[in-house]
Design a protein around this ligand. Structure first.
Ligand code: TXA
Ligand code: MG
Length: 315
């Protein structure tokens, strides 16, 4: 059994060194963050970044998030502004990604940013990724560690599921605490949320008003394509299954414990539901169900992000 997963390592001094060396050589590693696991490579290296796109089968038009240890290292690559510092102080390190204008002197690979004049940056909180970043003299380009349009992985075995032995190193950092991808907020003009997450517009209300207009954004989030986050089987949202052979994702205490029922949060906690979403969808797929039905999830707080992912998964 052990041999099958010979590329999954626990985190210690020895594997930290191994990972840093491997990244320095331009390789790609599967690493944990508090949101989801990522496919990490040197963001300053075209060669490393190209490997990430190839592994994921990701369209070259869809830019990657660049991950830093702290804002000082990010300031070499992007133009930090007032709104950024307000949110940085409050939420970083944490599950939030900022879109900012590129610094002309940036060394970030233009492949990583899909040649845009903006960059997505994030400061992850997970102990493993934070430690690794401290030992590197470049930031990490790191999309979620799944094949393009599939479910994001929330533990080391999920990453193995996606890429098997194509990765030399996957670090096991336990289950991702947040369980869905970071909130993406565009700060290049009037703040606008491009991808909802567990940090919501409500959390921003003390800092500024969020632009809610549906102006046709030039960049939008290229990755917010319609079909996304797919478990690979049909998903029907807002309906009940007609038979026990279909899985039913539910939320709250009013639901029974039938074998085909999967409760995102028995106590009705939307944060817990977000943390369970991908884990449960993967489990259902593994159990061989051919269809997933989902009950209504409240559309507030983290529920907005959950419904966003479910809607895209159901396309
Ligand atoms: O939680 C996360 O953000 C995870 C972990 C690993 O950090 N990463 C992640 O990366 O979700 P990815 O590549 O799966 O999603 C990045 C999203 C995509 O929708 C992409 O289009 C968008 O960020 N993005 C990247 N650069 C952008 C830019 N300059 N302008 C607008 N959207 C951008
Ligand atoms: Mg992704």
């Amino acid at each position: 059994m052990k041999k099958i997963y010979s590329n999954i390592y626990s985190f210690n001094k020895k594997t930290l060194k191994k990972t840093v060396n491997s990244l320095n050589q331009g390789n790609i590693a599967g690493l944990p963050t508090e949101t989801v696991y990522g496919l990490a490579g040197n963001a300053y290296s075209d060669r490393a970044v190209k490997k990430i796109f190839k592994l994921k089968k990701r369209p070259s038009k869809n830019p990657l998030i660049i991950h830093y240890d702290n804002y000082k290292s990010a300031s070499k690559d992007v133009l930090l502004n007032k709104n950024f510092f307000k949110l940085y102080k409050k939420f970083c390190p944490g599950p939030i990604t900022f879109i900012l204008k590129k610094n002309k002197k940036t060394r970030i690979s233009s492949v990583a940013t899909a040649k845009l004049n903006t960059v997505a940056i994030r400061f992850p909180r997970h102990r493993v990724i934070k430690t690794i970043l401290k030992f590197l003299d470049y930031p990490l380009a790191m999309p979620s560690a799944n094949l393009s349009s599939r479910l994001s992985p929330v533990n080391a075995l999920d990453v193995f599921d996606e890429f098997k032995k194509k990765l030399k190193i996957i670090i096991n950092g336990g289950n991702s605490r947040v369980g869905i991808e970071s909130t993406v907020i565009d700060l290049t003009e009037k703040p606008k949320i491009l991808r909802p997450g567990v940090i919501t517009s409500r959390d921003f209300k003390n800092f500024f008003k969020i632009d809610l207009t549906k102006r046709n954004y030039k960049i939008k989030s290229p990755g917010m394509m319609k079909k996304h986050y797919s478990p690979g089987i049909p998903i029907i949202v807002g309906k009940k299954p007609k038979s026990f052979s279909d899985a039913y994702i539910v939320f709250g205490k009013k639901f029974k414990n039938f074998k085909n029922y999967f409760n995102l949060s028995k106590k009705g906690d939307l944060k817990e539901a977000a943390a369970n979403l991908y884990k449960i969808m993967r489990k259902i797929k593994k159990k061989g169900f051919k269809k997933i039905y989902v009950s209504r999830i409240p559309n507030s707080g983290p529920g907005i992000a959950i419904n966003d992912r479910l809607l895209r998964a159901s396309q």
